[in-house]
Design a protein around this ligand. Structure first.
Ligand SMILES: [Zn+2]
Length: 277
């Protein structure tokens, strides 16, 4: 599942590809993708707007249109965009299309059917249910040491759970939570309110570091309009994780075999020596 860096890479790639283009028409092929609208309404609301910008909030992609509407997209497990020329056929699981005046089209395909779209007035995007509860953006000034200290002090839940809670810390998923905790030498099971000030500071730095590094890696890869996600698979997820997906392999710090811990149905790989409780 894409986490913040992957969604950021997709958003930046889309902004390179479709910013400034007018949406001549739109089609919704799988109604559950945008449950608030029927296909007619979906097409009506998007048609005629120019794409002023493509951005991101949390793990959501935001297409801001000149018509004061914003298309909000969550890729979930397998949603992806491709920009196709008129002669190129649609992928098998095409769930929505945006058509441009030059007859190219932006296709949303989703093999596993978990993707989600909503359309909101641009001025009210931050009031929508998907955006309103999100914690501050990790690169914004509102996300700082004091904020993280306060959030962690308020709960006894294991730190791993808190890092995955998008209303507390925004943008982390299983991969970047594991990498951040390793860098900060924080045990995934430790109650959030028992983490020391020093470790909280390290965690804050680590969260920004792992996210930024991953975005930069991904953007180094070439942009392919028919395979945008290749950019982040080649970049961030290139197998250079410190702990994620490395159970049994030696810790890069101390050489001890990394272990896997299961919490709330999700597992975290960690170093039993570097990340002692
Ligand atoms: Zn270690």
């Amino acid at each position: 599942m894409p986490e913040l860096p992957e969604v950021e890479i997709v958003a930046r790639s889309l902004s390179e590809l479709v910013e400034g283009l007018e949406i001549a028409a739109a089609a919704l092929h799988r109604e559950k993708l945008a449950p608030a609208f029927d296909p007619k309404e979906f097409a009506r609301l998007l048609s005629g707007g120019r794409i002023d910008s493509v951005g991101r909030r949390g793990k959501h992609i935001l297409f801001e249109l000149s018509s004061n509407r914003t298309l909000i997209v969550h890729l979930r497990m397998s949603g992806k965009f491709v920009l196709l020329e008129p002669h190129e056929p649609n992928p098998k699981f095409t769930h929505a299309e945006l058509f441009f005046p030059d007859e190219r089209r932006l296709v949303f395909e989703d093999q596993r059917h978990f993707g989600y779209m909503n359309i909101a007035e641009t001025d009210h995007v931050s009031d929508t249910p998907e955006i309103s509860k999100l914690a501050p953006e990790p690169f914004s000034d509102d996300f700082n040491r004091e904020y993280l200290t306060r959030v962690l002090s308020q709960t006894r839940r294991p730190i791993k759970d808190v890092l995955l809670d998008q209303s507390k810390v925004c943008g982390l998923g299983n991969i970047y939570a594991a990498e951040s905790m390793f860098l900060a030498r924080v045990n995934p099971a430790v109650p959030a309110n028992r983490i020391s000030a020093i470790k909280t500071g390290r965690l804050f730095t680590a969260i920004r570091h792992v996210l930024r590094e991953s975005i930069e890696q991904g953007l180094k890869a070439m942009l392919d309009r028919t395979n945008i996600e290749n950019r982040y698979f080649n970049g961030s997820s290139n197998g250079s994780w410190l702990v994620y997906d490395r159970e049994g392999q030696p810790c890069v710090n101390c050489g001890r075999a990394l272990k896997r811990m299961k919490q709330s149905g999700r597992s975290t790989v960690y170093c039993p020596r570097c990340q002692r409780k």
